[in-house]
Design a protein around this ligand. Sequence first.
Ligand code: PGA
Length: 256
Amino acid sequence: MRRAVVAANWKMHGSRTMVREYLSGLRGHALEHDRVQLVLCPPMVYLPALGGGLEPSLQAGLGAQDCSSESDDGAYTGEVSARMLADMGCKYVIVGHSERRERCYEDDARVAAKFLAAQSAGLTPILCVGETAEERDAGRAEQAVSRQFEAVIERAGAAGFHAALLAYEPVWAIGTGRSATPEIAQSMHALLRAALARRDAQTASKLRILYGGSVKTGNAASLFSQAEIDGALVGGASLVPEDLLAIAAAAAAGTD
Ligand code: PGA
């Protein structure tokens, strides 16, 4: 059994009021910690407020949505290093989200550099890969995600995935309300695991592969019923703490 991970990606949503309300929405709730780990990734400026207000009993990990590819302090205006995130209590960081690949022109090499920077600061990277609608329509979905994954394996080695999470997020499913079917997600996750297993079977068998793209309370259980789906990276639905907790409970139930 692989312990599930449910990570909340708030994207660019939030305010101090929302953080307060969110914390009160989480208050008093417990999860089956041996079955599911909750990770919360608010915008960076809200990390201290959110992290500081979490009840220890929830055992939620704090994560950032991005980090610099530069490890050393320096003249990089606007950048935040993985070391700084760790210093602020972060344990996780999302790298290679499709919104950053597209909007910020992050290529495979940059994403790999961020993955390494995160690990050298002691953070667990959540590496996102996923094909666009055009790539899927052209029959190139598998090729696209394999390329994104291999680019990081080449730099980090298969062993780099001992302490990392992978998220399959088809771009056409993100924020569209059109989730991948459990079968599509299962087959893409199997493909990714097999790619790693060719180099390191043990690491591959332990790697948690999350699905992301319009995960909601209504479709979570069917996604988590798939053997290769070890949790979720949740955008829109994670803005409502009750929904996030329901998705995490579904993930815990699906780990059998
Ligand atoms: P969504 O976003 O759940 O709103 O589709 C997922 C993500 O981009 O991580």
